[in-house]
Design a protein around this ligand. Structure first.
Ligand code: ADP
Ligand code: MG
Length: 251
């Protein structure tokens, strides 16, 4: 469904941010991407979302080449990026302006309910806690029912408790909506509990180091032996990916 083929990005300053990245993601699949900072994770999502153009390679969604921002791919960032002069409902409904107002209202109410913020529609952004604001950002990403949700470290600015709460919440939404997710994170546990597959990346230039399939059912128990084993495995891979990246770079 989402086909990423040999994507490379060299920025005008000469930094080789992404090298020959290929990945196929199926409908409704959840793929996490982990890796040290600077290994091209955000670059990858920006290329997919049409915010940057690739130096080489291309991506396709259902056969269609992705060249510019596409209504079928929505991005959620680390910060909520809400518009402070709009209410919560209007922030969420921003991408629905083409719909008749009754349907727009119904969709907004629906997604507010789903993220646990029913009745928050008329509130102002500044009245929200950090966790609530990020919930609204998730709602805005989901309300247009995109085929693919791209998430760039969406919970890393939140405290640990809010983070796990939102991870569980997003998992529930993902389960009920069949959205395909590409989740960039540097939180190993987040990857371990949220993904069908985990891509470990390597820096200088950013590329795939290893892919890990996770065959554990959802929701996953964070305290279980399986999840602990997986976290240890991922942590080892990350350490190796960084040291091998450095070695290659010196060679
Ligand atoms: P990550 O999200 O994994 O931390 P990024 O994709 O943000 O990595 O960055 C990968 C590399 O590309 C880094 O070395 C970064 O400094 C560089 N980079 C990112 N964005 C730009 C840009 N707009 N112009 C030039 N270099 C960039
Ligand atoms: Mg990043």
């Amino acid at each position: 469904m989402l086909e990423i083929r040999n994507l490379s990005k060299i920025y005008p300053n000469g930094i080789h941010a992404l090298d020959n990245f290929s990945l196929d993601v199926g409908v409704g699949e959840s793929v996490a991407i982990i890796g040290g900072s600077g290994c091209g994770k955000s670059t990858l999502l920006r290329l997919l979302s049409g915010l940057e153009t690739p130096s080489r390679g291309e991506s396709r969604l259902d056969g269609r080449v992705l060249r510019e921002p596409d209504a079928q791919l929505n991005m959620v960032f680390q910060e909520p990026r809400l518009l402070p002069w709009l209410t919560v409902a209007d922030n969420i409904g921003f991408g629905l302006r083409h719909l008749p107002s009754a349907e727009r209202r119904a969709r907004i109410d629906n997604v507010l309910e789903a993220i646990g913020l029913a009745n928050y529609g008329p509130r102002w952004v500044k009245e929200l806690s950090g966790g609530q604001a990020q919930r609204v950002a998730l709602a805005r990403g989901l309300v247009t029912r995109p085929a693919v949700l791209l998430l760039d470290e969406p919970f890393s600015a939140l405290d640990a408790m809010t983070r796990t709460e939102l991870q569980d919440h997003l998992l529930g939404l993902w389960n009920s909506q069949q959205t395909t997710m590409l989740l960039v994170t540097h939180d190993i546990e987040e990857a371990a509990v949220m993904a069908d597959r985990i891509i470990v990346m390597q820096p200088f230039p950013g590329r795939i180091f290893e892919e890990v399939r996770v065959d554990l059912p959802y929701p996953r128990d964070r305290t279980s032996g399986e999840v602990s084993d997986l976290k240890r495995h991922l942590s080892n891979l990350l350490t190796r990916s960084l040291s091998e990246g450095r070695k290659l770079n010196r060679a």
